[in-house]
Design a protein around this ligand. Structure first.
Ligand code: NAG
Ligand code: NAG
Ligand code: NAG
Ligand code: NAG
Ligand code: NAG
Length: 265
C-alpha cells in the first residue's frame, strides 16, 4: 500500500524536475545564441595546426622510451604526473628524474610496492626527483646528501658519487648506479637507474620505539597487574619482533651479498 502511494508522488516529482529543466533550457536559448556569434569569440584553430609546444610531459617521454610501465602507472596513480607537468610549465623550474625501469621494480621484494600507503608511494616517487637539472658532469660536483623532492635528508638521504664514468647512488639501503640517459633538454633530465631507490624513511628495518622511562604511576599499575600479565611472556615476545623486520629489510634490498650472508647465519 505504501509503495503504491509513493509511486505517483515520485512520478510527479520527476515531472516537475523535467519541466523546470525544460523551461531553464528554453530560457537559456536566446541568451546562449548570440554568444556563438560574438565578435570576441576565439576562432577555432585550423584542424592541421601543430599543437602548441606546452610543458614537457614526463609520462609521454617515458612511454616513448619504453620499459617504464610500472613507473608510469605509479606517476599516474599518485597524480605526480600532472604535478610535474605544471612544475615544468614554469620555465624557471628544473628537474632530474632517476627512473627505475620495470626490471628494477620486479627486483623488489614481492608485495613491497603494494604494501605502501598512498602517501608513501608519493614519497617514494619524490625521492627519485631532484629539483635541479643535472648533467652527467654535474654529478661529479654534487654535495651529499642530495636534496630530493621528498625533502628531509635525514629520512630520505640520497648520496650520489662518481668514479670514472660511473655514477653511483646510495640510499643507505640500496647501492645502484645510473645506466643511461633517457632524456635531457636543459630543464628536465631523465636518467635510468638500475634499482628502485629505497629510502630509509619508508624501507628502513623497523626498530622498536625507544621505551620511555615508565612514570611512577605506570610502574604502580604494572606491579598491580603483574599477576595477570607475566612480564616474562611479554618480553620473550618482544625479542623476535625486534629481529624479524631487520632480516626482512635486508632481503627487501635484494642484494645478493646480503642474502648470502644470511644463509651463513
Ligand atoms: C602526457 O602524456 C600522456 C601519454 O601520452 C597522456 O596520457 C597525458 O594525458 C599527458 N598529460 C598531459 C597533462 O597532457
Ligand atoms: C602554463 O602557465 C601559464 C602561465 O602561468 C598558464 O597560462 C597556462 O595555462 C599553463 N599551462 C598549463 C598547460 O598548465
Ligand atoms: C660504483 O659502483 C661500482 C659497481 O657498481 C663499484 O665498482 C665502484 O667502486 C663504485 N664507486 C664508488 C665511488 O662508490
Ligand atoms: C652520504 O654522504 C654523507 C656525507 O658524505 C655521509 O655522511 C653519509 O654517511 C652518506 N650516506 C650514505 C647512505 O652513503
Ligand atoms: C653500499 O656500499 C657501501 C660502500 O660502498 C657498503 O658499505 C654498503 O654495505 C653497501 N650497501 C648495500 C646495501 O649493499
Amino acid at each position: 500500500m505504501m509503495k503504491q502511494q509513493y509511486q505517483p508522488l515520485f512520478s510527479l516529482t520527476l515531472l516537475v524536475i523535467f519541466l523546470s529543466h525544460c523551461t531553464k533550457t528554453l530560457g537559456q536559448g536566446p541568451a546562449a545564441a548570440p554568444a556563438t556569434t560574438s565578435p570576441a569569440a576565439v576562432p577555432a584553430p585550423p584542424a592541421d595546426a601543430p599543437a602548441p609546444p606546452g610543458p614537457t610531459n614526463v609520462t609521454k617521454i617515458l612511454e616513448k622510451a619504453g620499459g617504464f610501465n610500472i613507473l608510469i602507472r605509479l606517476l599516474k596513480s599518485t597524480q605526480i604526473d600532472s604535478q610535474l607537468y605544471s612544475q615544468l610549465n614554469n620555465s624557471n623550474s628544473e628537474l632530474t628524474l632517476l627512473a627505475p625501469p620495470d626490471s628494477a621494480f620486479s627486483n623488489l621484494k614481492t608485495g613491497s610496492l603494494n604494501s605502501l600507503t598512498d602517501s608513501q608511494k608519493v614519497q617514494l616517487l619524490q625521492y627519485h626527483l631532484i629539483p635541479d637539472f643535472l648533467t652527467t658532469q654535474n654529478f661529479q660536483t654534487l654535495s651529499n646528501p642530495v636534496n630530493t623532492q621528498a625533502g628531509d635528508g635525514f629520512e630520505y638521504p640520497l648520496n650520489i658519487t662518481t668514479s670514472g664514468n660511473a655514477v653511483n647512488i646510495s640510499t643507505g639501503l640500496v647501492n645502484t648506479s645510473i645506466s643511461g640517459t633517457v632524456y635531457s633538454d636543459g630543464q628536465l633530465a631523465i636518467y635510468q637507474v638500475n634499482s628502485v631507490l629505497q629510502p630509509y624513511g619508508i624501507f628502513a628495518p623497523k626498530t622498536p620505539p625507544p621505551s620511555p622511562a615508565p612514570s611512577p604511576a605506570e610502574e604502580k599499575r604494572k606491579k598491580k597487574s603483574s599477576s595477570h600479565e607475566p612480564v616474562a611472556e611479554v618480553k620473550s615476545g618482544a625479542v623476535p619482533t625486534l629481529n624479524i623486520p631487520k632480516i626482512n629489510g635486508i632481503v627487501s634490498i635484494g642484494v645478493a651479498l646480503a642474502a648470502a650472508a644470511i644463509s651463513f647465519l
